[in-house]
Design a protein around this ligand. Structure first.
Ligand code: NI
Length: 179
């Protein structure tokens, strides 16, 4: 397993839609393990493939965030590794504060569906369905958005985005400086 380098805003990779995974093989399983490792190392609760520069439709989520990177057992049931996840139904509205490992230092209140049902393939290539509410539902929506090139700040009103423009400009300047 390896800790992968994070892709940071405003890298254009984050705006690219991902490709459907056609074969669940060892390469995909290794990618998911590395993504989980990276998520725990960064103390995140979710990570999507574009955030580590991959264009496969895969995400990892663990809203319990109990495991740290020095514990190499990935057996905790709270860890979800999802391939080709899609929201098949949703209901309700909920507002909560979100952040993103790719947009450091920015936290904003976003409205999401309160409950979602997500269909995906697991690591064995079996079809699974997850009914989620609360933080897990929010996290699943945030990560699945990433696979379509959508960032949480894209959900902000223009007014709100103007208010945090300075923060985003700073991230953009930092990005340009390291390139
Ligand atoms: Ni994110």
């Amino acid at each position: 397993m390896a800790i992968l380098e994070l892709v940071l805003y405003p890298d254009p990779t984050l705006k690219e839609p991902c490709s459907t995974v056609t074969v669940v093989n060892d390469e995909i399983r290794a990618l998911l393990s590395d993504m989980a490792e990276t998520m725990y190392a960064e103390e995140g609760i979710g990570l999507a493939a574009p955030q580590i520069g991959s264009d496969h439709r895969v995400i990892v989520v663990d809203v319990e965030q109990r495991r740290k990177s020095d514990n190499h057992s990935q057996e905790l049931s709270s860890l979800l590794k999802l391939i080709n996840p899609e929201i098949v139904s949703s209901s309700g509205k909920i507002k909560s504060e979100e952040g993103c490992l790719s947009i450091p230092g920015v936290r904003e209140t976003i409205e999401r569906h309160e409950t979602v049902v997500v269909r995906a393939l697991d690591e064995r290539g079996d079809s699974i369905e997850i009914s989620a509410d609360g933080l897990l539902a929010i996290c699943l929506q945030h990560e699945i958005d990433h696979l379509d090139g959508i960032l949480f700040i894209d959900h902000l009103t223009r007014l709100r985005r103007n208010l945090i423009k300075q923060k985003l400009k700073q991230l953009t300047d930092d990005y340009q400086q390291i390139r």
